[in-house]
Design a protein around this ligand. Structure first.
Ligand code: CP
Length: 319
């Protein structure tokens, strides 16, 4: 019996505004648990969750693990390089073998766009997309929405510009879907070589100059240049990119208002963002990381609500 989110969380494109608000509102009380000296509630006691990571991750993997442990779930981390995937086992065979050990949820990060859906359609466990190729990174999108809503009060009518390597960014796609559904105005800014051809069809404004984006926006979400996904020469050099599109203190000082600065991490300091901006008074980058744990607790809790045995544990454990 699916709960308020259905069986899986694969992306924000398929969620309604009501589901997004439910997720954000559910995350707010979960933040308090992380401030306690004993950071644990019994909400998911008895649930077994596998974190299946086929790509490197610091924030997302550790944040999911904290979220799971703070809800008292039993967690297992599987890194592809140290599993039978390295011997040629398929994604589905790996997941089916894990299911044979009676798991409840799989959190998956994978370099292929669509991998999370492919898995969700083939296993009974709840599947949570922790980033698939250039498709979506829904929990990153949610933590960005929560951080922006905290600071701006509402997202409706607020102006958020996503800066940089939109072409390779699953974070950009999840942000565009989430922000537009919640009534924000969204823009992208970067070299044309790093913007998808059809980005205008996603209902966003396109800025070619960072100065114009800064003049327009209430918040900048600065993306990492994904050097590992770039096979061709998308930009002349990192130095040139910083000179033309870098988010620098000098540029922000000329803005008509104080802008919130977000970055999903990991940062290339001195390339897409300068250190005095990343560490400056308007940066909410570490608030994003804090909110990540609460948002992931909310996702786990709401997905568990669709499973009768876990819903029962959630009711007795409380949030
Ligand atoms: N923001 C993000 O996904 O970071 P990681 O790659 O470290 O998980």
């Amino acid at each position: 019996m699916p709960g308020a989110l259905g069986k899986d969380l694969l992306g924000l494109a398929s969620l309604s505004a009501e589901q997004l608000v439910l997720l954000l509102d559910t995350a707010v009380p979960f933040r308090e648990i992380s401030e306690r000296s004993i950071k644990k509630v019994p909400t998911l006691r008895g649930a077994t969750i596998v974190n299946l990571f086929f790509e490197a991750s610091t924030r997302t993997r550790i944040s999911f693990e904290f979220a799971e442990k703070r809800l008292s779930a039993d967690t297992v981390n599987v890194a592809a390089a140290a599993s039978s995937v390295a011997k040629g086992e398929t994604l589905v065979d790996t997941a089916r073998n894990l299911e044979a050990m009676r798991i409840d949820m799989v959190v998956i990060r994978h370099p292929a766009s669509g991998a999370a859906r492919f898995l969700a359609e083939r296993i009974e466990s709840n599947v949570i997309n922790a980033g698939d190729g250039t498709h979506e990174h829904p929990t990153q999108g949610l933590l960005d929405l929560l951080t922006l809503r905290d600071r701006l009060g509402t997202l409706r009518g607020r102006r958020v510009c996503i800066v940089g390597d939109v072409l390779h960014s699953r974070v950009a796609r999840s942000n565009i879907w989430g922000l537009t559904k919640l009534g924000a105005e969204v823009a992208v800014c970067g070299p044309r070589s790093l913007l998808p051809n059809a980005v205008g069809e996603m209902g966003v404004t396109v800025f070619d100059r960072i100065e114009a984006a800064i003049e327009w926006a209430d918040a900048l979400n600065v993306l990492r240049l994904q050097l590992e996904r770039m096979q061709a020469g998308y930009i002349p050099s990192l130095r040139e990119y910083n000179r033309v599109f870098g988010v620098t203190r000098a540029r922000l000082e000329r803005a008509p208002r104080d802008l919130l600065i977000l970055h999903p991490g990991p940062m290339n300091r001195g390339v897409e963002i300068d250190s005095d901006v990343a560490d400056g008074p308007h940066s909410v980058i570490l608030d994003q990381v804090t909110n990540g744990v609460a948002v992931r607790m909310a996702v786990l809790y709401l997905l568990a609500g669709g499973r009768p045995e876990l819903a029962e544990a959630a009711k007795t454990g409380g949030a």
